[in-house]
Design a protein around this ligand. Sequence first.
Ligand SMILES: Cc1cc2nc3c(=O)[nH]c(=O)nc-3n(C[C@H](O)[C@H](O)[C@H](O)COP(=O)(O)OP(=O)(O)OC[C@H]3O[C@@H](n4cnc5c(N)ncnc54)[C@H](O)[C@@H]3O)c2cc1C
Length: 509
Amino acid sequence: MSTKKSIKSIAPDVVLIGAGIMSATLGILLKKLNPAFTISIFERLDRVTAESSDAWNNAGTGHSAFCELNYTPQQEDGSVEISKAIKIAESFEVSKEFWSYLVENKIIESPEEFIRHIPHMSFVWGSENVDYLKKRYDALTAHHLFEGMKYSEDKSEIENWVPLIMDGRDPNEAVAATRMELGTDVNFGSLTRTIFDYLETQDGVNLYLNHEVEDFKHAADGSWTISIKDLATRKSQKVRTPFVFIGAGGGSLPLLEKSGIPEGKGFGGFPVSGQWLVCNKPEIIERHQAKVYGKAAVGSPPMSVPHLDTRVIDGKKALLFGPYAGFSTKFLKNGSYLDLPRSIKLNNIKPMLAAGIHNIPLTKYLIDQVRQSPEDRLAALRDYMPGARLEDWVLEKAGQRVQVIKKDKKEGGVLEFGTEMVTAADGSLAALLGASPGASTSVSIMLDLIHRCYPKETQSPEWKQKLKTLIPSFGNSLAKDAKLAAKTRAWTTQVLQLSASRMEEEILA
Ligand SMILES: Cc1cc2nc3c(=O)[nH]c(=O)nc-3n(C[C@H](O)[C@H](O)[C@H](O)COP(=O)(O)OP(=O)(O)OC[C@H]3O[C@@H](n4cnc5c(N)ncnc54)[C@H](O)[C@@H]3O)c2cc1C
């Protein structure tokens, strides 16, 4: 068991800023790759995973691109582009592999603490959308990672799958749905806590809560001096390290700016807040057993695709609808309203203005969302659940996302909806910006970081061998190798207890 050291006496090999899923994943991967590494984690709040990674702050969808229509855009010629969906599906398989390793090695005691089998469905109405969904289904099922997906326009079959969605619906309306049994609901908060609990038992790992990173200085020898404020004593202290990861979620952009690395210049951030309607009626919650994603409204950001979602949080089944987007100048749920104005610098003002000008429909959409009345929210819910009543739902705040704004030669600046890993040329610092597909792909994102920041070590036979133990498919492509993908899925489904029959057993129980 490691004893927490005073900051004064530490000079860790690795500093992780922020105690969310990304730092947890990087911390455990690095500790497994080199058990001698000393790692210090600094978190400004008084507990781990209290921002985006906490269960109620995100949708808990194990993003595999089974149901999210924004990952499969329709092209001008009418065809459906599936390359992004394949990449995301593959990344989620890699995450499941690493989580299976954690279960088999007893770092996670029981998989049901954090992951459950929940079918993933897409649901659309109107003949144009039905046509799109059929094309999407045809394109996806030609690829082995989407094997097993079902498609239906048959109202009674869809009603069988999701009765709440079909109850009270216009019988003349054209509808269609796809269903993938292999879908999951993930409690990323629980997973993050378990990983930090484990890391804290390891020699050389120290987690400092209530410690806010304020500034950085890059020394001539390539190391970093980090200024950290103890929020309990208000005292600032300095820590020196050869490697720092800025995994501060929405707080990453201001820290990247402070690092001053040239690779971080020109990035801006656009905060989007979120809210859910959470059902408070057990008899309604019991009637739904799927994550059902629809089509985003025209002009809305891709992450505000509405979904009616079964969740299992701390062993309790729940039903969410949303997210309803909103606008706040905070970069973190527990942040400051000055976050956005303070992030505007000479080097990013041009891309930020350009992104603003090019995204007027988005700004209008967000303003409309903020002005929504409870009745407006109910109307949106009734598109998915025609029989919904306002009194059965309560409004809750979701996490805060900061979308990336990037310099662009042609447009001046563009707003991105994915994640962006920024690394210093010498590999001594990395920062993760953006939030989608987010936690689901945390393992692939962190493997990419390790490749970039530890290039020599990653090429060594020792690390290669260890990576193969942590992620058995490492070095091969699950997207290209159908046999390997099937074998890997069979293993993770068994270890993570994700078979459909298990879910049925639970419902019957
Ligand atoms: C509404 C919503 C829905 C989402 N749905 C999904 C989903 O269904 N599936 C999915 O895979 N992903 C989803 N995501 C994305 C996912 O939640 C994030 O990608 C992921 O949680 C980010 O993890 P993180 O560790 O980078 O950040 P966080 O979990 O936000 O952690 C960052 C930590 O850094 C700390 N910090 C910040 N600044 C400092 C500082 N200066 N010093 C010290 N500590 C600091 C913060 O307090 C925080 O604890 C969703 C996100 C939102 C907001």
